[in-house]
Structure formats: structure tokens, C-alpha cells
Design a protein around this ligand. Structure first.
Ligand code: PRP
Ligand code: URA
Length: 209
């Protein structure tokens, strides 16, 4: 069974509360998602491999550590996942970025794919799938299916807010994928929205409603 990490850091919780507020506008919403993504990735990457290297400081030669192992790929699920990319690239500037376009059919709540472009060497990378909302889990599960069809196996999911239903679905479909969330909310409403949640992440991020 995969690991679920819920971030209880005060800075993350504070910023997320402002994002949840319906009176928070597009610009501030975008900035906060950017900041929270940057804070989250610090912990999401805690287990990355390092290797000992020798460098010369102005004082002496010393042994120290640098990143080793698989390079990173980040894969935002369009649209709302795009809002998490820049924050992560601030900390991992060499990460390659793939994109998966999915939207949730409002009637069936099933994901509909419209785009998929991954880095050529995706299967050799440690992959981080980004989407602010893990609601039914259908979109994340389908996105990870596409990624696995490309032969990729080292995948983790990073979400701002998850519903218990989404966590359960992702753990059932992809027990090898660890899940990192800033908050685990109460439930889904009849329209598949997370309660209390923050509303429609894509619309709030891009100002489309
Ligand atoms: C939202 C969200 C997820 C999906 C979550 O996207 O960003 O991708 O819904 O729901 P699920 O877990 O039930 O699949 P949406 O379909 O609204 O598309 P958008 O990002 O283009 O607005
Ligand atoms: N997608 C969103 O943007 N918000 C939700 O609460 C559920 C799905």
C-alpha cells in the first residue's frame, strides 16, 4: 500500500486557508499555489539519492553531497496542475516537464484525455505528477495509467487537497504511487467537488468563471 503524507506545516496551512477563501482573487490564488508547491516539493524529494563528491572550498578540499540517481520529471495534469509547475522548477530547475491534458466530464465525472506529451526519457526519471485537486481520483489514476503505459514506474502524486475517496481510488489503482497532500478534506459533494475544498481549482487559477 502506498504512503500518504499530509503536510501540517503552519506556513502551508496558513497559505492554503487563504486559497480556500472564496474572496481570494486570481492573482493571489496563483501566487499562493506557487509558494505552497515550492514548500511541498522540499519534503516530497526528501528521499532522493545523493552521492559523495569532492570539492575544493576557498579553505580546503572536502567531501560533500550532491544529487545522484534518476533525474526528475514533473507532469502537471492540465489545466490546474500547471499552477504547481513554476514553484517546483524554482527548486529543481533541471527537471523536465511533461503534460497530460484531462478534463472531468461534469455528468459522468470520468476523465477525458485530450493531450499527452512526456519527456523522451520519462522511464528513466523519478516522476512527480501534479494536480491541486484529488477528488474522485479518476483524473490522477488515468494520468498515471498513461505514464505507466510508457514504461515508467517511479511515480509520486502531489496534490494540494484530497478527498478520502480520491486517496482510496489512487491507492487501489496504483498501490506503488506515494501521495503527498497539503490537506485531506472531509468528503465529495453530489457534483464531485471536495468539501470544504476550494471550489474549481482551474477556474480560480485562470479566472475562467
Ligand atoms: C479538476 C482537477 C483535477 C480533477 C480532479 O480538473 O484539477 O484534474 O478535476 O477530479 P477527479 O479526482 O474527480 O478526477 P478539471 O476536470 O476541472 O479540469 P481543469 O483543470 O481543466 O479545470
Ligand atoms: N476539481 C476541482 O477543481 N475541485 C474539486 O473540488 C473537485 C474537482
Amino acid at each position: 500500500m502506498s504512503k500518504v503524507v499530509v503536510f501540517d506545516h503552519p506556513l502551508i496551512q496558513h497559505k492554503l486557508s487563504i486559497m480556500r477563501d472564496k474572496n481570494t482573487g486570481c492573482k493571489e490564488f496563483r501566487e499562493l499555489l506557487d509558494e505552497i508547491s515550492m514548500l511541498m516539493v522540499y519534503e516530497v524529494t526528501r528521499d532522493l539519492q545523493t552521492e559523495e563528491v569532492e570539492i575544493e572550498t576557498p579553505i580546503c578540499v572536502t567531501k560533500t553531497k550532491m544529487l545522484a540517481g534518476k533525474p526528475i520529471g514533473i507532469i502537471p495534469i492540465l489545466r490546474a496542475g500547471l499552477g504547481m509547475v513554476d514553484g517546483i522548477l524554482n527548486l529543481i530547475p533541471n527537471a523536465k516537464v511533461g503534460h497530460i491534458g484531462l478534463y472531468r466530464d461534469p455528468k459522468t465525472l470520468n476523465p477525458v484525455e485530450y493531450y499527452c506529451k512526456l519527456p523522451e526519457d520519462a522511464e528513466h526519471r523519478e516522476l512527480i505528477v501534479l494536480d491541486p485537486m484529488l477528488a474522485t481520483g479518476g483524473s490522477a489514476s488515468a494520468a498515471i495509467n498513461f505514464i505507466k503505459q510508457r514504461g515508467c514506474h517511479n511515480i509520486r502524486s502531489v496534490n494540494l487537497i484530497a478527498a478520502p475517496e480520491g486517496i482510496a481510488r489512487l491507492q487501489k489503482d496504483h498501490p506503488d504511487v506515494d501521495i503527498y497532500v497539503a490537506a485531506l478534506d472531509d468528503h465529495l459533494n453530489d457534483h464531485g467537488y471536495i468539501v470544504p475544498g476550494l471550489g474549481d481549482a482551474g477556474d480560480r487559477l485562470f479566472g475562467t468563471k
